[in-house]
Design a protein around this ligand. Structure first.
Ligand code: NZQ
Ligand code: ZN
Length: 384
């Protein structure tokens, strides 16, 4: 196991009806900006609940944070923060709104060009405004981590950023808030969480037994209970989905282990170019990634086959093939296609995606930094 820091200051407030506790979670004298997406937060009544809990505090609203939030939109929120002398941000939504709020929290206090936050992947951030979140979509883990992804539309660049200053102060996780989600978003959430675990687990053996067992537990939970969480509004099914998605990317299973993230980096380019939902890009890229890198991931692929899919017969290569096939079939069973052809994207698209990866510095990624542009090209060809 590698040496590591594990730091996670986010206070999780989990359970039905707990949005009312915002009254105590948000500082009493705060000037609050509520940030949300399209209209779902208003239509579902969540926004009204939030307002009621905030009581007589000075409260402003910023709406219109789009899925895959854009730098351009978020800079308008930064202006509003400054204009209204806001000192606390409250995200009400899914990963896009929470990520967007993280960006605003940093951009409002940065000296110089806020776009640098993205070009330098968050490393230039020295401080951020305090912010909390009310999660309405279990998927990204943004509610309990310090990362985000923002798209600079003018450049077609979807860039990740991370900083120690970007953990939410608190996140309210009320599973009943997921009842209004379309099935497509729930299925996306299951797959995004699944791939987050895989990016931290399916690398090479690192003698990190507890992280491996936790990761396998999260994967098994998603496989065994994900489909039910999508098809029913049973409280416990939704509660388990919400918690598994949070734990998949709150730093716990990633502490002290090698991490990959190459599927995410290629997926971000597909979203930037074709506007495919984040999780849907991952459903296409991950199986191809495992296939192309099966030699360097061999030890973990065999462990994954045995412990997650209970595959114990056949040669090593047959077991690896079967595990990749099971992964693909799981995504397809949730109605996420696993081929680019489902999006009418063919071989002629590959050079442009490779050029984007190059432009964004994604030329040596993965746990061994050996996913060069040549490897990414082979992965994309295997996605067709
Ligand atoms: O915009 P509104 O009207 O609110 O509708 C949203 C949006 O259209 C809707 N929605 C959210 N909660 C709802 C609801 N509809 C009905 N009822 C509710 N309770 O769902 C749609 C999708 O929302 P979005 O926030 O975009 O989805 P998600 O949570 O999947 O977030 C995706 C973004 O997170 C980034 C992705 O790249 C993408 O930009 N990620 C962030 C990560 C992180 N911070 O750690 C890691 C992930 O790998 C990921 O990259
Ligand atoms: Zn993701």
């Amino acid at each position: 196991m590698k040496s590591f820091d594990y730091y996670n200051p986010t206070h999780i407030v989990f359970g039905e009806g707990r949005i009312a506790e915002l009254s105590a979670l948000v500082p009493a004298t705060a000037r609050v900006l509520i940030l949300f997406g399209g209209e779902s937060a208003r239509k579902t009544g969540t926004l009204a609940e939030v307002h009621a809990a905030l009581g007589t505090r000075e409260v402003f609203e910023f709406s219109g944070i789009e899925p895959n939030p854009s730098f351009e939109t978020l800079m308008r929120a930064v202006e509003q923060v400054k204009l209204n002398q806001v000192d606390f941000l409250l995200a009400v939504g899914g990963g896009s709104v929470i990520d967007g709020t993280k960006f605003v929290a940093a951009a409002a206090l940065i000296d110089g060009d806020p776009a640098e936050i993205l070009f330098k992947f968050g490393s230039t951030i020295r401080q951020a405004m305090p912010f909390g979140s009310v999660l309405t979509l279990p998927a990204t883990g943004s509610e309990m981590n310090n990362g985000g992804v923002v798209t600079i539309k003018a450049q077609g660049a979807k860039l990740p950023f991370m900083n120690r200053a970007l953990f939410p102060v608190f996140s309210v996780l009320d599973p009943t808030k997921t009842y209004t989600l379309p099935k497509r978003q729930l299925a996306n959430g299951v797959v995004d969480a699944f791939v987050h675990v895989m990016e931290q687990y399916l690398t090479y053996p690192a003698q990190a037994h507890v992280q491996d067992r936790f990761a396998e537990g999260l994967l098994l939970t998603l496989i065994e209970h994900g489909p039910e969480a999508i098809s029913s509004t049973d409280y416990n099914a939704r509660a388990n989905l919400m918690w598994v998605a949070t734990l998949a990317l709150n730093g716990l299973i990633g502490a002290g282990v090698p991490q990959d993230w190459a599927s995410h980096m290629i997926g971000h380019e597909l979203t930037a170019k074709y506007d495919i939902d984040h999780a849907r890009t991952l459903a296409v890229v991950l199986p191809a990634m495992l296939q192309v890198r099966r030699q360097s991931k061999r030890g973990k692929l065999l462990q994954y086959a045995e412990r997650v899919w209970h595959i114990s017969i056949g040669s090593e290569d047959e077991r690896i093939d079967a595990a990749i096939a099971k992964t693909r079939a799981f995504f397809e069973s949730l109605e996420l296609p696993t081929r680019l052809s489902a999006y009418d994207i063919g071989a002629d698209a590959v050079p442009a995606i490779i050029a984007q990866l190059k432009a964004h510095g994604m030329v040596a990624i993965g746990e061994h930094k050996d996913v060069t542009l040549d490897v990414s090209q082979r992965v994309l060809e295997a996605c067709l």
